[in-house]
Design a protein around this ligand. Sequence first.
Ligand SMILES: Cc1cc2nc3c(=O)[nH]c(=O)nc-3n(C[C@H](O)[C@H](O)[C@H](O)COP(=O)(O)OP(=O)(O)OC[C@H]3O[C@@H](n4cnc5c(N)ncnc54)[C@H](O)[C@@H]3O)c2cc1C
Length: 419
Amino acid sequence: MYDLIVIGGGPAGLAAACAAWEGGLRSILIVERDQELGGILNQCIHNGFGLHYFKEELTGPEYAGRFIRMLSDTGVEVRLDTMVLEVTADRQVHMVGKTTGYRVEQARSIVLAMGCRERTRGAIGIPGTRPAGVFTAGAAQRYVNMEGWMPGNRVVILGSGDIGLIMARRMTLEGAKVLACVEVMPYSGGLNRNIVQCLHDYDIPLYLSHTVTDIRGKDRVEQVVVSQVDERRNPIPGTEMVFDCDTLLLSVGLIPENELTRQAGVEMDRRTNGAVVYENMETSIPGVFACGNVCHVHDLVDFVTAESQRAGAAAARYVAQNGDAPQRVLQVRNGDGVTYTVPQRIRPDRVEKRCDLFFRVNRICGDSEILVTSGDTQIARFKREHLAPGEMENITLPRVLLDKARDEITVSIREVEQA
Ligand SMILES: Cc1cc2nc3c(=O)[nH]c(=O)nc-3n(C[C@H](O)[C@H](O)[C@H](O)COP(=O)(O)OP(=O)(O)OC[C@H]3O[C@@H](n4cnc5c(N)ncnc54)[C@H](O)[C@@H]3O)c2cc1C
């Protein structure tokens, strides 16, 4: 019997395990299907990690390395090359490993930290032939940065999320010609700093409100056709541009890896595609926590770390207190302009001093106010000069304000009209 089993050894799993150890748990197991700890960070060799948490600019492997070192000072057990196949509501974890075979381990608490996977061509249904040369951006990143293979020479990138932008620069630095980055929405899904540093600095054009409408080629991609789309995202006939290329990289979204979560019977949020969580990242099954990209897709690993430390510390408290009585619950509602919030539920009595709340907006906004209301009463207001769907926002709500709220709070955006 373990006090805690952490599923996934990426930054979320590492931070949760370290925090649980600090919180007093001494029997912790991390299960990781890959051959090493670090998760997706191992293939992210660019810098830009850790600005918030370490106040330094680190590469992905450096950031992961710091947590792996912290972990090595603890007695946390790690099982690599081991895939978790099932998690049950009574906290049994079924796993299979190369050397250990099939095992079932019982845990007093579980942290789900399985990260996410990329959407593929099949998920978005691009028309055309089915030649080689169509990769997800993350797969191409792994080939270039870890396996030492170059996926192609003349590249079009569909999707302007961070992975697509990073790969536009990476492929250019490796000698490929990146002809275009194509985005179906009228705004980029990536961080502003990545648009500047990865596209503008290399004169790579970004076509907003455009999409790929045809892939041509028999054995290998020979051309992709890009068309402008209208406000309903339908291609506009007559706007086609043909790019002669051998590679199409897809950066069209991430899907949290929640097969285990659903199978365990955890309540899900269809907007985040992750578990519904309370303020301490506990799911609807007591003692089962979720954090990092498996819970909602993050842009910055620093926030993954902070959130996962909360989950690990809460798992330690859960084990120490052997669960505790149900408490007053506030539902967090999405008001105007807000796509989702995490957490979706808050138990004010469990909030020590303040509660961090993450959310995304559904449109680009200039000068704005983030309003937190409960019924007709405004309990908090925050100002922002710029909000964008590609940039996760967070606000901190002090416990005293949560104590004033009744049954639910609503987070909404109000754009401030310019005089
Ligand atoms: C291309 C790219 C560029 C990025 N750039 C930046 C950046 O510049 N700055 C920044 O701060 N952030 C960046 N990020 C974001 C950051 O890397 C992620 O938010 C973070 O890695 C998510 O951590 P995680 O632990 O939740 O998931 P992951 O890192 O994906 O880790 C999940 C782990 O779980 C394991 N796993 C999954 N299922 C199972 C199972 N069934 N059994 C056992 N193990 C399992 C996986 O193998 C994996 O190791 C970038 C991400 C990507 C993909």
